[in-house]
Design a protein around this ligand. Structure first.
Ligand SMILES: [Zn+2]
Length: 449
C-alpha cells in the first residue's frame, strides 16, 4: 500500500492500515508499554563519515550535535536584529522555514515528509510518513511518536486526530507527528521489528549497530534531535491494559514540569531504562515522556479521546495554541507504583477493574491450577489504584499481574526531584529509592514501555 501526499488520502490510508491491523488475530488485549528508540540517519548523503569502529563499543556522539530546533529561530532573530530601522512596523515573522529530512517546510504550512530507515534494501524500503505542522509564530518544537511497537494502535489515532486539527497559520512553534514509527511491525500486527527485536530497547541507536539499532539511530538523528519536547505514545503490552497515564522520570525537574502540562492525566514515576526512546531523548536534553493508554491490537475510543485531550491541553500550556476544550481536573495526579505478581502458575481471574481504588489486604485476583484445583489469591500490599493489569489468562508464577499506584502529592514529587538532582550532581547516581520495594528494574515480562 502506498501513501500519498495530500492530507485527506493520507488520513484514509492510515485508517485503512489500522483496520488491516485490527483484522489480524486479536490476542486478548492489553498491556502497557511505551517505547521508542531512534534510528540512524536514513540518508547516507547527510551523514558525514564519522570514524567509528564497526566492531567497537557504541560510539558516543553526545556532543557533536546541537538541538537544531532553536537554530532556525536564532538565525531568524539575528536577521531581525541586523535589519535597519524599519520605517514600517517590522515584519512580524521571525520564524524560518523548517528543514527536516532534507526537505524544507514553509512557515505556516502543513506537510507530509517521509523518513526511510536504513534497514532494508533501499529499493524496497517503504518510507515512513512524518506529519509536520510548522507554525507562523515562534514556539516549541513538539514531537509525537506512535507505534514504536507496531501493535499499539491507540497512539496512531491520537496523532492523526491531533495533527489534522492543527492550523499552522495559528500555531506558535512546530508539531511533528510520526504516526507509525514501526511500519513493519504494524503491518504484521506485531510489537517487534522484523528481526524480532524491540525497537524501544535500542535508542539512541548506533549507526553501525544491529538492524534495530540502526533504525533507532536513524529516527533519533533525523527526527528526534529536532525536537525540544517529545511524547512517545504507547499502550500496554502483551495482554495487559493501562489506565491512560504518563510515564516520566520524576527525579528530573524538567520532566516533572513538562508532565504537569497534560492537565489531569495520571503521572507515573518511571525511572529511565536503557534503550528507551524517552530515556535517550532526556539524555540528550530533549524533555520527554511516554503516554500509555489502553492495550495493544485494538482501537479504544475512550483512551484515544482521553489522550488527545491531554495533548490539546499540552499545546495550550506550552502556549502553542488555544485549547479547543477544557480539562476538568487541571492538576495531574502523581503515583509511585509497583507490579504485584502471581505467586503460582495457573488461570488468573481478576476481581478488580482498571482504575479501581483498592485497599491493603484486598483480593485483586486469584490464580488456580486447573489440574490440581489448588489456588491462591493475589493480595493488594497497600492502599492504591489499579493503573495497569493483566487480562484474564494463563500465567506462570512471577507473572506481573497488577500495577498498583500509590498517590503522591505534587510537592512531594517536586521535592524528591530536587533532592535527586542534588544527589545526582554529587554522586552521579540518580537512584535514591530508599523505599523501593524491589531492586530489580520495574520492567517485568515485557510490560514496560
Ligand atoms: Zn509500546
Amino acid at each position: 500500500m502506498c501513501f500519498v501526499t495530500p492530507r485527506q488520502p493520507l488520513k484514509n490510508a492510515i485508517i485503512a492500515l489500522s483496520l488491516l491491523a485490527l483484522a489480524a488475530p486479536l490476542a486478548a488485549n492489553e498491556s502497557e508499554d511505551e517505547d521508542g528508540r531512534h534510528a540512524a540517519p536514513a540518508t547516507a548523503d547527510q551523514a558525514a563519515p564519522r570514524p567509528e569502529d564497526p566492531d567497537g563499543p557504541p560510539a558516543r556522539r553526545d556532543e557533536d550535535r546541537d538541538d537544531d530546533g532553536g537554530e532556525a529561530r536564532e538565525s531568524a532573530a539575528n536577521q531581525d536584529e541586523a535589519e535597519p530601522e524599519p520605517a514600517m512596523p517590522p515584519a512580524p515573522d521571525p520564524v524560518a522555514p523548517l528543514t527536516l529530512l532534507d526537505q524544507s517546510v514553509p512557515v505556516g504550512t502543513f506537510d507530509t515528509l517521509y523518513w526511510t530507515p536504513d534497514q532494508s534494501f533501499r529499493s524496497i524500503a517503504t518510507p515512513v510518513p512524518v506529519l509536520v505542522a510548522h507554525g507562523t509564530k515562534p514556539g516549541p518544537h513538539l514531537c509525537l511518536t506512535a507505534a514504536v511497537h507496531g501493535d499499539e494502535l491507540n497512539g496512531i489515532e491520537m496523532v492523526r486526530r491531533l495533527m489534522y486539527e492543527l492550523e499552522p497559520d495559528e500555531l506558535a512553534g512546530t508539531v511533528v507527528g510520526v504516526p507509525i514509527v514501526n511500519l513493519d511491525g504494524f503491518r504484521n500486527g506485531s510489537r517487534y521489528l522484523s528481526d524480532r527485536r524491540d525497537l524501544n530497547r535500542y535508542f539512541p541507536g548506533r549507526k553501525s549497530g544491529s538492524a534495530a539499532s540502526r533504525v533507532a539511530y536513524s529516527l533519533f538523528e533525523n527526527i528526534v534531535r529536532h525536537c525540544g519536547y517529545l511524547v512517545d505514545l504507547h499502550t500496554g503490552s502483551q495482554k495487559r491494559i493501562n489506565q491512560p497515564q504518563l510515564r516520566a522520570d520524576l527525579e528530573d525537574p524538567r520532566v516533572v514540569a513538562f508532565a504537569k502540562h497534560f492537565g489531569g492525566m495520571t503521572v507515573l514515576h518511571s525511572p529511565p531504562a536503557d534503550g528507551m526512546l524517552r530515556a535517550a531523548a532526556v539524555d540528550e536534553g530533549i524533555v520527554a515522556v511516554t503516554m500509555e493508554a489502553g492495550g495493544p491490537n485494538r482501537l479504544e475510543e475512550e483512551a484515544v479521546d482521553y489522550g488527545v485531550q491531554a495533548l490539546e491541553t499540552l499545546l495550550e500550556n506550552l502556549d502553542m495554541r488555544k485549547a479547543s476544550r477544557f480539562w476538568g481536573a487541571p492538576q495531574p495526579v502523581f503515583y509511585e507504583s509497583e507490579w504485584i505478581r502471581a505467586g503460582q502458575g495457573g488461570i488468573l481471574l481478576s476481581e478488580v477493574e482498571l482504575n479501581e481504588q483498592v485497599s491493603k489486604g484486598q483480593i485483586l485476583g486469584t490464580v488456580t491450577d486447573p489440574i490440581s484445583n489448588t489456588g491462591s489469591a493475589i493480595i493488594a500490599p497497600y492502599d492504591g489504584r489499579v493503573l495497569g493489569m493483566a487480562v484474564n489468562q494463563v500465567v506462570h508464577a512471577g507473572f506481573a499481574a497488577y500495577r498498583i499506584g500509590e498517590e503522591k502529592s505534587a510537592e512531594e514529587v517536586e521535592a524528591k526531584a530536587e533532592q535527586a538532582q542534588e544527589q545526582g550532581d554529587s554522586d552521579g547516581d540518580g537512584t535514591n529509592d530508599d523505599a523501593a520495594p524491589a531492586d530489580e528494574p520495574d520492567r517485568p515480562d515485557g510490560d514496560t514501555e
